[in-house]
Each structure stands twice: as structure tokens, then as C-alpha cells.
Design a protein around this ligand. Structure first.
Ligand SMILES: NC(=O)c1ccc[n+]([C@@H]2O[C@H](COP(=O)([O-])OP(=O)(O)OC[C@H]3O[C@@H](n4cnc5c(N)ncnc54)[C@H](OP(=O)(O)O)[C@@H]3O)[C@@H](O)[C@H]2O)c1
Length: 300
């Protein structure tokens, strides 16, 4: 039996589906056991909580591998990245005490403890907690994950479907390397089987400019808005305004900075094989039909 955090949320659903094809039994730690579109996933459920350590240890007992996708996308309310790092340390410590063989931890491409971007610094500190856990470990660092249930690409499509103009931050000439959720899952399960501890990127086969990616999404959804190049500051203001209308945090400054600094590009040989363009064409009828709200998913 393997434990996956968030088997009905985004990355975890791909890992759960992959484990199901390998006929592994799955248990998930989650606070959202009934997400639409994940009815095919069969998993025993326990809460994802960090306050009751004994209960956390019990929920992990009997597991071979813990696939950890837990993280928070941004600091909100009283939740800081430091808390997410502490929670990660609690989780992997509980896994060790429960006798789990290995943790496969989902991180992000290019994390650095001295990064000025809190997200990337926090992710690097969480990685350290994993390496110091006393468990066998694998760290998988995805770039930008696409697939059923994603937020960024879906919401770009949502905007393109509705607006006659589309704002591109800066000149749109920074690169991204999207990776399919299925590829991340395949890399994660491969990592679980390695005898050595490994740290590897999970990146797709194509590196494209952000503006190119937006154009591909526009073509897929059959819209041809006017592209307007905006300063990052104006883009963030626009995102904030739209965020108010949809009652969400659509895009925040550290996310935009990470994107513009090309942190969602890997320096390793790509391990993913699936192309965003193909996925967009196959999912052209559904992508961006509904806005995907991070606050609805995790904070309300
Ligand atoms: N999405 C991407 O494009 C991307 C790119 C690179 C790296 N990553 C990394 O991949 C991992 C998974 O990301 P994801 O986007 O796929 O996330 P997700 O599935 O939406 O959430 C992953 C897990 O974290 C929990 N979680 C998320 N926000 C939370 C909050 N505010 N409070 C409490 N629990 C919360 C979820 O709980 P529930 O089970 O209750 O939903 C779920 O178990 C993260 O480590 C992320 O940094 C993601």
C-alpha cells in the first residue's frame, strides 16, 4: 500500500491513477475526498492534518511509499510558507515513525534556500526536511504541470475565451517547459523504485516562450484576442482586479517573478514526453470553460 497526499487534488490524482495501473493499493491523506472528475480513483481516505501527530503516524502505518504533494501555493491569511515547511517536516517524521520505506517528495524546478522568492526558498527548505528525515527519499522537481485539473493554463484559457484583449507581462519572451501530470506521475513512481536517493527534474519535451504558450492556448480554444504587452506591475494590477471579480488570487508577484526568471525551465535532459500542444487540442472543448479557483480549492 502506498500513501499519496491529495489523491483527489491536482498532481496527486495523476500519481494515484498511475499507482492504480500498477495495482497498488492506495491510501490518501486529504481534506477533499470528493473532487469532481476523480470518481475513477479508488483510495482509502484519512485526513491530511498536522496537529495530531499520533493520528498522523497511524494513518501512515503499513505504507511502503509516501508520495508527498503537500504544499501551499501562496501565503494567505495566517498561513506562511514557514508553516508549510514545518508541516512537511512533521509529515516525513511521522512517516519515519510509521515505518514507511521511502518518501517521494514533489518539489519544484530550481528551488534555492537563498532565493529571494519565498515560494522557491520554502520549497528548498522542505526538500532539506525530506533529506534529513532519516527515510530513503526521492525528490521530484516539476516545472509547470498541465493536465486535467490544472489552474494556470486553464485560467489563461478562461480569460482568452472571454476577453477581446489579453495582457502579456513584459515582452512574453521568457521560457517555460510545461510537463504533463501523467509524466510527473511516471517519473515519481520510477523514482520510488530507485535504490539510491535521487533529486530529479520533471520537465516536458518542449521549451517555449510564454507568449508562444498563450498563443497555443488561444488557437486551441479558437480565440484570437489582441495581445497587449504590459509591464509586470500593470499585469499584476490587472490580475488583482480580475481576482477581485472572481474572488480568487489569480496570479501573485512571486509567481510572476519565478515565471519571468525562467525558473519553470529545467537544466536537465527532459524526462517527460507528452506535449502541451497535443493536450490542448485534445482538451480544446473543456479547457478554460470554468474558472479554477485556488481559494475555493484550498482555503474556503
Ligand atoms: N501545479 C503546478 O504546476 C506545479 C508545478 C511545480 C511544482 N508543483 C508542486 O507540486 C506539488 C503539488 O502541487 P499541486 O498544484 O498539484 O497542488 P494540489 O494538488 O492542489 O495540492 C497538493 C496537496 O496540498 C494540499 N494543500 C494545498 N493547498 C493547501 C492549503 N492551503 N492548506 C492545506 N493543504 C493544502 C492539498 O490538500 P487536499 O488534498 O485537501 O486538496 C493536497 O493534498 C506542490 O509541492 C507544488 O509545489 C506544482
Amino acid at each position: 500500500m502506498d500513501v499519496v497526499t491529495g489523491a483527489f487534488s491536482f498532481t496527486g490524482r495523476f500519481i494515484a491513477r498511475r499507482l492504480m495501473t500498477q495495482e497498488r493499493q492506495i491510501k490518501t491523506l486529504t481534506n477533499h475526498p470528493q473532487r469532481p472528475g476523480t470518481e475513477d480513483i479508488t483510495a482509502e481516505v484519512a485526513p491530511l492534518q498536522f496537529a495530531d501527530r499520533d493520528a498522523l503516524v497511524e494513518s501512515l502505518r503499513g505504507a511502503d511509499v509516501l508520495y508527498n504533494t503537500y504544499w501551499v501555493r501562496f501565503q494567505h491569511g495566517r498561513v506562511r510558507f514557514g508553516q508549510a515547511v514545518a508541516n512537511t517536516r512533521t509529515l516525513v517524521g511521522a512517516a519515519r515513525d510509521a515505518g514507511v520505506r521511502k518518501v517521494v517528495h514533489i518539489s519544484v524546478s530550481n528551488p534555492r534556500e537563498d532565493s529571494p522568492l519565498d515560494y522557491y526558498a520554502g520549497k528548498a527548505r522542505a526538500e532539506r526536511a525530506v533529506r534529513e528525515s532519516g527515510l530513503a527519499w526521492a525528490i521530484v522537481r516539476p516545472t509547470l504541470i498541465f493536465g486535467d485539473g490544472d489552474i494556470l493554463i486553464n485560467n489563461i484559457a478562461w480569460l482568452l475565451r472571454r476577453l477581446p484583449i489579453f495582457g502579456i507581462p513584459g515582452r512574453g519572451d521568457y521560457r517555460v517547459q510545461p510537463v504533463a501530470g501523467e509524466d510527473v506521475a511516471e517519473i515519481a513512481t520510477w523514482a520510488a523504485e530507485q535504490t539510491d536517493n535521487v533529486t530529479i527534474d520533471a520537465a516536458g519535451p518542449d521549451i517555449v516562450y510564454y507568449s508562444e504558450m498563450v498563443e497555443s492556448i488561444a488557437i486551441a480554444v479558437g480565440r484570437h484576442p489582441r495581445f497587449v504587452y504590459m509591464s509586470p506591475r500593470t499585469s499584476l494590477r490587472a490580475a488583482k482586479l480580475i481576482g477581485r471579480l472572481v474572488n480568487d488570487v489569480m496570479l501573485n508577484e512571486p509567481e510572476l517573478e519565478g515565471l519571468m526568471q525562467e525558473l519553470l525551465v529545467s537544466t536537465e535532459r527532459p524526462r517527460g514526453t507528452k506535449r502541451l500542444d497535443n493536450w490542448l487540442l485534445t482538451n480544446a472543448d473543456t479547457v478554460g470553460m470554468k474558472y479554477a479557483s485556488e481559494l475555493d480549492r484550498h482555503w474556503r
